[in-house]
Design a protein around this ligand. Structure first.
Ligand code: ARG
Length: 275
């Protein structure tokens, strides 16, 4: 039977306003430090994204941005939170390493149980919860050893997926969780971003998945956020929006073009806190 949108459930998100936004180093192919960036525009786009979540009835908390950490806006990388347990991020590149402890402190200060990562991992950038499973990317940032660490910590099966295209360096740039409903989990993904073996695994796990087009992928359309009904998606991802509509979802285009200069979109700016 074809997958249908399960319906909206309440979400709790953590975000970081991009007041210090700039591209001052290059750690992915989207970043070009010679290109002009506009922090005011980034803030306006970010506020529209935040307000969209609030209008949908979701809860949004924020972490204070730190001067000198321009990528802190990509909150998804800050940690992974499952069943109220926080697995801290341990960033690959030195430019982002202070973000891990900053996010971990935010959670610890609010009474969450936090686990300091031993292995390199970039939070929900590479670790995505889909129903009862966790999908975990590797190849560019997160180490495979972190997948094992996450499985041990969360006690959920972790499926390792190999990313092969540097433009899609985090799993959340190549794959979107559209339904996290354990009875009918569903994803959308861009097949060329994955190794042949990982594509076979995705086909077995999600035979009815949405296969995104190149047009969707280059707009970073897979960097989408779903509440089970509404899907926040880059305006350029028109094929993905059509495919979502066909399955009963409501795509909501939100322009995050300024944040794309750092290599991120809506999902990158959004860390889901799962109680
Ligand atoms: N400039 C950031 C980096 O390369 C972008 C991170 C995007 N975040 C994400 N969840 N994909 O690390």
């Amino acid at each position: 039977m074809t997958h249908r949108a399960p319906g909206r459930t309440d979400r709790h998100y953590l975000m970081c306003e991009p007041v210090h936004y700039t591209v001052s180093y290059e750690i992915n192919p989207w970043m070009d430090k010679t290109r002009y960036t506009d922090a005011d525009l980034a803030v306006r786009q970010w506020r529209t994204l935040r307000d969209t979540y609030l209008d949908l009835g979701h809860r949004v908390e924020t972490i204070d941005p730190i001067d000198g950490l321009p990528d802190m806006v990509y909150a998804a990388n800050g940690a992974t939170v499952v069943d109220g347990v926080v697995y801290s991020a341990k960033f690959r590149y030195p430019e982002r390493q202070p973000e891990g402890p900053a996010y971990q402190k935010w959670f610890a200060d609010r009474g969450y149980v936090t686990h300091t990562a031993a292995q390199t991992n970039e939070g929900e950038g590479d670790i995505l919860v889909v129903g009862d499973l966790i999908l975990a990317g590797t190849g560019f940032r997160t180490e495979r050893s972190a997948h094992a660490e996450a499985q041990e910590l969360f006690g959920r099966p972790v499926i390792s997926l190999e990313l092969v295209d540097p433009h899609y360096y985090h799993l959340d740039t190549a794959l979107a969780v559209v339904s996290s409903d354990p009875s009918d989990p569903q994803v959308a993904y861009y097949p060329p971003a994955f190794s042949a073996g990982s594509r076979s695994v995705l086909e077995q796990l999600f035979p009815d998945a949405i296969q995104a087009t190149e047009r969707d992928a280059v707009a970073l359309g897979l960097n989408a956020v779903s509440d089970g009904e509404h899907v926040i998606v880059a305006p350029g991802a028109v094929d993905l929006a059509d495919a979502l509509r066909d399955r009963g979802y409501t795509p909501i285009p939100v322009d995050t073009s300024e944040l794309l200069k750092g290599g991120g979109g809506a999902k990158c700016c959004t860390l889901e806190i799962r109680a």
